[in-house]
Design a binder for this molecule. Structure first.
Ligand code: GTP
Ligand code: MG
Length: 104
């Protein structure tokens, strides 16, 4: 790897090893936080491991709630990465299995 790539990797490693904070859950669009930082959202079918992936990336076991049953995540969950935050991760509900009522 070039020196520049090394530097980027090291910055990314530090960012994900540092503070990650749950910001809020948004049960509907009117509850979305202001778009203060770049957002990276995890979308996909229910139960494929979106919440688990978010925990693995940030090396924190219970940050995003996971479960064996599809449809665990029912709101948009926002997590700020870095202090001050650099990016915001969004754990989204999965599609395909959700039995929750559509409210938005
Ligand atoms: N074998 C295996 N199982 C995994 C992996 N990642 C997650 N799982 C399992 O897959 C199941 C669902 O994981 P979640 O992370 O809750 O899935 P999700 O995509 O967030 O699901 P919803 O919130 O319902 O959309 C859990 O039982 C996890 O333990 C993986 O890499 N390998
Ligand atoms: Mg989930």
């Amino acid at each position: 790897m070039s020196e520049e790539q090394d530097e980027h990797s090291e910055r990314a490693r530090k960012l994900f090893a540092g503070p990650v904070e749950f910001l809020k859950s948004a049960p509907g669009l009117k509850f979305l936080p202001d778009p203060d930082y770049p957002e990276i959202a995890f979308a996909g079918r229910s139960n494929v491991g979106k919440s688990s992936l978010l925990n693995a990336l940030t090396n924190r076991k219970g940050l995003a709630r996971t479960s064996n049953t599809p449809g665990r995540t029912q709101e948009l969950n926002f997590f700020d990465v870095g202090q001050p935050p650099q990016i915001r991760l969004v754990d989204m509900p999965g599609y395909g299995f959700a039995e929750a009522q559509r409210t938005w």
